[in-house]
Design a protein. Structure first.
Length: 129
């Protein structure tokens, strides 16, 4: 895996800058799925909710210069339009990087966050079965 993995305290850990190197349109779809499942963001228009986040992003991306990658446009869109809503839902300060953290979570998978457990927590959970 090249330099994607580093060793820390005997465990392999994915570096933050390495995480972003793997960011792809597939992850954008996964982020939208997570936003819908966990936070109730609508991904299709209904009579009760005319908002469609995937469509809004598509329209935003279509207005960008052709030199802007889809992933870059997605981060701009998400930080401008989605992050404030996530922060309001989670009662966080207005400028907290919730959207960016959510995207990092999707890119790296939940395994990175499981690795943040202390060794003591790891040992305790390992034997619980």
């Amino acid at each position: 895996m090249g330099n994607m993995l580093r060793m820390r305290e005997g465990k392999e850990v994915i570096g933050k800058s390495d995480v972003w190197q793997g960011f792809s349109p597939l992850h954008i779809s996964q982020v939208f799925d997570l936003l819908e499942e966990r936070f109730g963001f609508p991904m299709r228009s209904t009579p009760h909710c005319p908002r469609n986040w995937k469509q809004e992003f598509k329209e935003y991306f279509d207005k960008q210069p052709h030199s802007i990658p889809e992933t870059t446009a997605f981060m701009h869109f998400g930080n401008k339009h989605i992050n404030p809503i996530l922060n309001a839902i989670l009662f966080r300060s207005e400028h907290h990087g919730t959207f960016t953290k959510l995207v990092e979570y999707v890119i790296s998978g939940s395994s990175q966050y499981k690795r943040k457990m202390t060794d003591k927590d790891y040992e305790r959970r390992k034997y619980r079965g």
